[in-house]
Structures are given as C-alpha cells and as structure tokens.
Design a protein. Structure first.
Lengths: 284, 339
C-alpha cells in the first residue's frame, strides 16, 4: 500500500506507470490491423513528394535535390522526414487522445480517484507511445528504403538513434502541453490536427528548413522535432548539422530535454487544477 | 472533528455559460453564470456506519461526493476524510478511499474484468502479487468467475456494475463511497450487492451510500441525510427522521386528481406539504399539522369541490418518503437540477 501520507515510493510509481503502458499494449492487441496500417502510412506519405520530384526533376532530380539539401539520396531524406513525423504525430495523438478518449468513456475520473498522479499516468502513456511509434516508424523506414531500393543503414546509425532518443523526451513535454489544451477545450481532433501539420512544416518534413523565411526559420528552431529530424538526416546522409557538429546540435536537444518536460508538466498541472476548481475533469 | 468523514460548511460554486437567447444569435452569444451546487454542507460521518445521502437528481449529492473524493475543489469550507485534510492531503485521501462513482463507465471495456482489477490495483500501489491475489479474491467473492476473463464490452449492464463495485474494493480501503451502485441492477443483483455492502460494513468499513431509492436508504443505512438544492435539510437515523414527523398527519389519496385540486388542498389551513405523483394514476400525499380527524373532512370537501374522483383515502404510517416530502415539498421523481 501507499506509504504514510499517501506518497508512493519510486518503485510503486514506476510500477503504476508500467501498468498504464501495459494497459495500452493490451488494448492495442485488441485492434490487430492497426499496427500494420501504421507502417504503410509513412511510406505512402513519403512516396508522394518522391514521385512528384521524379516527375518534375527527371534525370537530374537527384542532382537538383543535392544542390539544396546536401544529399542526392532524396528517397532516404523524405523517408526520414515522414518517419520522424510519425513519431511526432504519435506523441501528440497518443497523449491528447488518451485524455479525450478517457474523458468521454468515463475512465479519466476513475483514474483520478486513485493515488497515482497524472504525471505518472502520462509517463506510462508516453512509454507506450514511444514503443508503438518507434516500432512502426523504424519498420516503415526500412521497408520504404527496400521498396525504393536504397540502403537504410548508411552513415552513423547509432548517432541517428541517439538523436531520436534525445528528441523524444522534449517531444512528450510538448505533447503534454497539447494534452492540457485538449483537457481545457474538450476537443482533440482540431487541436492535434492543426498542430501536427504546423510542426511538420516547421520541422522540415520534406525540405531543409534553410529554405524557410528567416522569421519562420527562427520559430522552427524552437521546436525539438526540427533538431531531431536534422540530426537524423545529418548522421545518416551527411546533410550538415545546424551548428556544424553533431555534439553542438545534440547539446541543443539536451537543453530541450531539461526544459520541455518540466514546462509541459507545469502547464498540465496548472490546467488540471483549474479544471478541478470548476467543472471537474470528467465533464465533457 | 473526530468522525471518519467530517465536513464543515462545504460550498461549491460552478461557473457555467448559458446561451443568451434562442435562434442564430444564441449560437454565438453566451453569458457566464454562477451556480451554487453546494451551499454550506456540514456532516459528521462516524466510523463503521452506513451513511445514506438521499436526494433527487440535481440535489447536490454527486457534487458533494466529487468534492469528498478530490475530483472537485470546493469553493470554501473544509473536510477531514480518514483523518486527512481535503485539498491538502488529497493523495492520502485517495489511497484510503474506495469509490464507485461512474458505475460501468469507470471501466476499460476492451479489457477483461480481471485485467481491469489488476490495473486499478497497480494504480493503488499494490505490488504485482497482491494486486493479482486481491483481484482473484474479489472475483470469487462477487461470483464473477464465469465472466472474469471476457472483455467487459461483452457483459450485461448489471455485470459491468458488479465489476465496477469490485474495482471500488480493490484497495481494501476503510471508507467506501458508493454513488447509486444499484442503478441498472436487476432486483436479485441489487439485493446481492446490498448484502455485500452490509457484510463489508460488519467487517468495519464505513460506507457513504447515495441513492434516490427510499426503500434502499431505509433498509440499508444507519443514518440518512436528505439533500436538496445543495443543502442538508435533515439528518438522523431513519426512526429519528420518522419521529420528527409523528406530530404531523400524513394522508394518501388515490384517484383522479387535477393540479387545480392539488393547489386547493395546499391552501387548506394546517396543511404543511402536498405532493402529487402522476405515475399511472394520481397519488396525493398530504402532510398536515392537524390530526387526521380534523384534516379528513376538509380534504374530502376540497377535492370533491374541484371534481376529483377519490378511489382510496387512508392515513399512512410515516415512511422515509413522507419525511422527504415534508422536508423538500416534492417526491424523489422530481429533478431539481440547478439550472
């Protein structure tokens, strides 16, 4: 049981978070077709600009692409963009939809009645989301590369994974802010739908952000997914780091890692308290 | 403050938005409106008792329960629950309270009953062995064995309520808060659930039980608070509440009775409360400070003068429903949601 005063031990907190992850995993096994579809989506998503590029660029497509991006491998470049976007999209949807779905079904109030904090529950959902998002995006990247006949394992694969790992933590901090907005406005589709496209644009899903106007480029640099995408592209395809070296770009992601989750939790807790002060979390 | 639950002047005011007017303009215009759902509620619930909260829909019962279970922050007042102070020690309150609030809506329908119970055991910080052992124990005690490994979505409404009840027991808390737990249960299942509540109570658990079923409150609860319009209107044991009405006469009239006749009866001297229940046929409950002998001729004369057809008229032994009518001026069928 909970220790005196209701404060759980670290082991109890971890166990509750893992139970939340396990619950989501059990739940997804009840929808067996969903994972397969998630692998197809980023491939189709990247195929569209890829084929458009071939149609408009013809024989010189790769050379033209390299002039602006630093790599001739536009297939891997676009697949990286669409798969990092899958991770971003997973984070936003899983956190926002978790809150909204549970609000509608009534289970959100049920979990609020327990001594497990929302932060712990959100961590459990985030872990589930990471496992699901990483599995589908890594598989989609490899399958996409094989379909379009490029080597998926070129460059520094470990460093690319390092950029993904470092980018995921601030990403879920951001997702928690969107979760707070969903809790407040009681709507997830429009909020996440809009934000994921804004972020996809700012992170340079299919293009280098150097082509953006200066002010927009500055805003893009404030989003962790921008650094994550460029870090993965640079380590695998050598397109060039924003600050010239991998460790300088990684340091920026580490700074986000320290700041974004704390800011996300602060915003979420404030919103949650405000809602408890008025109509309560269960009202939808 | 030495009860299991002690509430002092608890108040809760909501801010809602109300559409300004009907039509196209109403789509875009709304006004902020404050709604007082609780108006200074004070209660002292003793350890080991079954305490009933009785009131119609919208009386404030659920708001009170939501405040006590930390789902809502009260606007003012204070409460001690299991020795912990509300709003300051919320985690400790949650850890020591078992709740059934949303009935079947509080379950994950894609999961089985066993998976639900084990999951909530983890959220109450039971270790993996204990949460499985406790889930198995509850499945056995509540005769859920046959359905325990099927997805909740395949259950009947009554079966889901039983699983929701089991969920409230997963942390084996000293205080149980049950919000209308027999809703949607058939008669034998409701009877079975009340028997379990009695058994748990005999083992020392304190129970707060909200209901709008008079008979349930009358047979199950040690003490009852009648709640309406966000206030506690009466509080005591069922015999105490009935005794408080003994000096008043209660007559029940059945037949064809118009609202006009009811209004005329209300205006008779000595009549303190009148409630008309139009459930199939009209039943008029008249509570008067005069004796039956004084009230009866006046009542018959007034009703017949207003074209009422009297099929049956009889003095009634005081029931909890009469107490409710005497205190609130309405039957439990009336929705008193604050709008």
């Amino acid at each position: 049981m909970t220790t005196a005063g209701g404060r759980p031990s670290f082991a109890q907190t971890l166990s509750a978070a893992l139970a939340e992850t396990q619950l989501r995993m059990i739940n997804i096994t009840r929808y067996p077709g969903q994972m397969a579809l998630e692998i197809v989506i980023p491939i189709v998503f990247a195929a569209m600009p890829m084929l458009l590029g071939r149609a408009t660029g013809g024989e010189a497509a790769a050379a033209n692409f390299a002039a602006n991006t630093g790599t001739t491998n536009y297939v891997a470049y676009l697949l990286i963009g669409s798969n990092v976007f899958t991770l971003v999209s997973s984070a936003f949807w899983h956190i926002a939809y978790w809150l909204r779905f549970e609000q509608e079904t009534g289970t959100l109030e049920a979990v609020y009645l327990t001594p497990t904090s929302t932060v712990t529950l959100a961590s459990g959902v985030a872990l589930y989301s990471v496992i699901r998002g990483l599995t589908s995006s890594l598989l989609a990247y490899v399958i996409g590369c094989l379909i379009f006949q490029v080597n998926p394992f070129q460059g520094d694969v470990l460093l690319a994974l390092g950029f993904i790992a470092a980018g995921l933590i601030p990403l879920y901090g951001m997702a928690l802010i969107f979760g707070a907005v969903v809790l407040k406005v009681k709507e997830s589709n429009a909020v996440v739908g809009l934000m994921q496209w804004v972020v996809s644009f700012l992170m340079g899903i299919f293009f280098p952000i150097t082509v953006l106007p200066p002010f927009v480029k500055f805003i893009a640099w404030l989003f962790p997914p921008t650094w994550m995408t460029n870090g993965v592209r640079s380590s695998l395809l050598g397109v060039g780091y924003f600050f010239g070296s991998w460790y300088a770009d990684m340091a920026v992601l580490w700074a986000f890692m320290l700041f974004a989750p704390l800011f996300g939790f602060w915003v979420f807790n404030r919103t949650e308290r405000g809602i408890q002060r008025n109509e309560g979390v269960g009202q939808f | 403050m030495n009860g299991q639950v002690t509430v002092e002047n608890l108040a809760k005011t909501y801010l809602t938005r109300q559409r300004a007017q009907a039509g196209l303009a109403g789509l875009f215009k709304s006004e902020a409106k404050q709604v007082a759902a609780l108006k200074g509620v004070s209660l002292d619930i003793r350890p080991g008792e079954i305490f009933g909260l009785l009131g119609p829909n919208g009386a404030g019962k659920t708001t009170l329960i939501k405040c006590l279970t930390t789902l809502l922050l009260p606007t003012s007042g204070r409460a001690l629950i299991n020795g912990f102070e509300l709003t300051k020690q919320d985690n400790a309150i949650r850890a020591t309270t078992g709740c059934m609030l949303m009935g079947e809506r509080g379950l994950y329908w894609k999961l089985t009953a066993r998976e639900n119970l084990v999951f909530f055991g983890a959220l109450y910080h039971l270790n993996p062995t204990d949460r499985r052992r406790r889930a198995n124990q509850l499945i056995e005690e509540l005769s859920l064995g046959e359905i325990a490994d099927r997805a909740v979505e395949s259950y009947s409404s009554g079966q889901r309520m039983k699983v929701a009840f089991a969920k409230a027991l997963i942390n084996d808390a000293p205080l149980l808060i049950l919000d209308e737990p027999t809703n949607t249960l058939d008669v034998p299942s409701a009877h079975e659930l009340r028997a379990v509540v009695r058994r748990l109570n005999s083992q020392g658990k304190t129970v707060i039980y909200t209901t709008h079923i008079m008979a349930e409150a009358e047979t199950l609860c040690d003490r009852v608070a009648i709640v309406d319009h966000g206030q506690v209107l009466a509080l005591g044991t069922v015999p105490e509440l009935k005794t408080s009405l003994q000096r008043e006469a209660v007559l029940k009239v059945e037949g064809v009775i118009s609202k006009k006749a009811t209004t005329a009866v209300e205006q008779l001297p000595g009549v303190s409360r009148v409630a008309l229940n139009m459930n199939g046929h009209a039943t008029l409950t008249v509570v008067s400070q005069d004796s039956h002998a004084t009230l009866l001729p006046r009542l018959i004369e007034t009703l017949t003068a207003h074209n009422a057809v009297i099929q049956k008229i009889a003095p009634e032994e005081v029931t909890l429903e009469d107490v409710f009518i005497a205190r609130t001026g309405r039957t439990l069928a009336v929705d008193t949601t604050v709008k």
